[in-house]
Write a protein that binds this ligand. Sequence first.
Ligand code: SF4
Length: 533
Amino acid sequence: MLNRLTAQKKNRGEDQYSPGGRTSSRPDRATIVYAQRCREAYPDVPIVLGGIEASLRRIAHYDYWSDKVRRSILFDAKADLLVFGMGERPIWEVADRMRRGENVSQLRDVRGTAYLVKNDEAKRHEADPATRAADRKTVVLPSYEEVVADKKAFALMSRNFQLETNPGNGRPLLQRHGDRAIYLNPPALPLEDGEGAAGSIAMDELYDLPFVRAPHPMYGGEKIPAFETVKHSIVLMRGCFGGCTFCSITEHEGRVIQNRSKASVLREIRALRRQGDFRGTITDLGGPTANMYSLKCKSEEIESKCRRLSCVHPGVCENLKTDHGPLIELMRSVRAEDGVKHVFIASGVRYDLAELSPEYVSELAAHHVGGQLSVAPEHVSPRVLEKMKKPGIESYERFQNMFACASKDAGKEQYDIPYFISGHPGSTMEDMIELALWLKKNGKRPRQVQDFIPTPMSMAACMYWTGIDPLTMTPVYTATGLREKKLQKALLLYWNPEQWDLAREALREAGRGDLIGRGPQALVPPESRPRGA
Ligand code: SF4
């Protein structure tokens, strides 16, 4: 749905994942439709759901497109099992155990999977639920019916779900839907770094599989936009410990960073070199973030017990190892590889971490930026940043200065391009005006502006739907009307004449008509004709 519709619920002009960017090539709610077609074609074959859509709709969730709370996708898709998160470990175990003769209905303890249970089994869990963080019992979430009827119950569900996402201490979850329930095992354990121990599933092993690095031949060579973006990029790691509330990476990839070894990365670059269309430019060397490679909690024991949702908010945790040395070494090795001419970093730089490593910022500025570096402060208002769980704007400003100095030292004229979100929960018209004034003062004219979209199961989606911050259970202001969202976005684009009518309307609505005019303090000029003439 995210791929088809914009934040204003209008059809997008291009489908990033279809040949030729054509729209309408895939059905809406594809996982449900494909599972139903599979069931019709092969009625006796077990169906295991996987992928991001299944993963992020695994319990009751808010669906922006229908503006409703939907039940777990497992009820609609009528599959036997649902794999959530990155699926390698669960799929391996499911396939292995079925090969050894187990029936899919016997697979009840595979980490990273969920399945439906009948009333009797649900009642057993409900009669003896988890009460302490340390017990291994099942956490009973508010039922689907409760979260539909009561927004507080929805926020509680969201909070309790988030608290069980660390594979080291996450407990099983149960959520009743009518006379049945969905049961979720704890999340799968992360893959091991590099080559891992013998017999384990490790990152290198995965990336050493003989991928052909091409779309399926059935597409007949037609270009697929999303593939074109990534075909010459290299993934260094997976996972993110940032905990931004609007982002679903943590719900899917987890908080623990899982790294490839340098040897594995270089092997992939050699494979890339053998491809006919590679001309020596690596378009991105990164992952969910550009600079979390090899960053970890100082102790596995502490990490496995930790129940914080972010290692960097409200400040960088004292237990986090922030040494960028291994990443810098890897960047240098990739540049030194035969046949590599340019290595760009297009993944988002986590600037609160980058500012701790001047050497990293110098390396980045000197060798890995093609004129413009994208960074995502997302907002400037402390109230909004707190709801996003993003660092304060001062951190971005410090990084910006470091990057400017490093670029100058390298003799390069290049800039950072900040990204912002309008309409995020917590953001009022006053907050957007504060942001617009900051942009004006700093001479920034953002072209890439994201009108907030609540993606299923994120904490920000919970705030959007309920008006409650699930972490504090306190009210949070949210712009839910499409018109107000449009006005907030127009303030970010105050410099664009096409947005002036909307920006003026937003300013008048906020009682800030003083910012309409021709003086230096104004954000937009007055109408050229008298209003209503
Ligand atoms: S203790 Fe700190 S660094 Fe370790 S996992 Fe928890 S938040 Fe992250």
